[in-house]
Design a protein around this ligand. Sequence first.
Ligand SMILES: NC(=O)c1ccc[n+]([C@@H]2O[C@H](COP(=O)([O-])OP(=O)(O)OC[C@H]3O[C@@H](n4cnc5c(N)ncnc54)[C@H](O)[C@@H]3O)[C@@H](O)[C@H]2O)c1
Length: 255
Amino acid sequence: MPLLQNHIAVITGSGSGIGRAIALGYAREGAQVVLLDVNEKAAAEATREIRDAGGKAESFALDVTKREDCIAVAKRIADKVGRVSILVNNAGINRRNAFTADAEAVLKDWQDIMAINLNGTFNVTHAFLAPLRASKGRIVNIGSIQSFVHVRTPNSPAYTASKHGVLGFTKALAAELGKDGVRVNAIGPGLIETPLNASVRATNPELVKIFIDHTPLGRAGKPEDIVGPALFLASDLSSYVTGSIVMADGGYRTI
Ligand SMILES: NC(=O)c1ccc[n+]([C@@H]2O[C@H](COP(=O)([O-])OP(=O)(O)OC[C@H]3O[C@@H](n4cnc5c(N)ncnc54)[C@H](O)[C@@H]3O)[C@@H](O)[C@H]2O)c1
């Protein structure tokens, strides 16, 4: 039997990169997937690809920073699709201004990154809490190496703070929702080749080299490298796993 048969899975930021790969992977394993993205067109295209391959998918426009919209979309999904049993909080952004850079840029980074990466995770999780509790559901949050460390390659402190927050939120919810049978875990990707970092990879190969030199597997990851951990954490394969983070970083954090 497919791993996610009879599940309805919502994935935020699933028009691109890691979220898109997870949506395709979940659909291949039998889930009915619901793609949410501020980029409505990208989510609709991914949805079409899943349907063309014989999978079940719907898409809705959603900006995860807008709490009322999150509540409204959760209601629409309950009415139109059904009871959500898997939530992947994946929508996220990164910028590379150091804290000592231009003050306005630093402030804007802090506000935007926190609004999407951390508050967005709160907004969406809160909006889907009722169906997740009713279904003894699973929540998978996308953390990072920066849930633990600030990487040596230049990066913004806001991103590091947001991803530490995502891991803390994961642990807190795991502790609180365990009694309801809801499991809450995170994935910690390393450098994954997606549009998020395309311009850095194109313009700053030295930076990529620093990263890869620190990665035991000696390569950057692909979005598909995150699909296995995401399937594991959403399926019964991880039935006794909660409050954990699965690192999918080529070993970066171990050395
Ligand atoms: N790529 C990496 O190296 C890497 C490493 C560690 C963690 N991550 C995390 O993985 C997640 C996905 O990143 P990615 O690399 O696939 O990036 P990506 O840019 O390819 O995809 C991110 C998606 O999120 C959507 N999005 C952005 N703001 C949104 C909002 N306000 N509301 C709804 N959707 C929004 C975008 O439209 C896009 O489709 C992020 O949380 C990121 O922090 C990425």
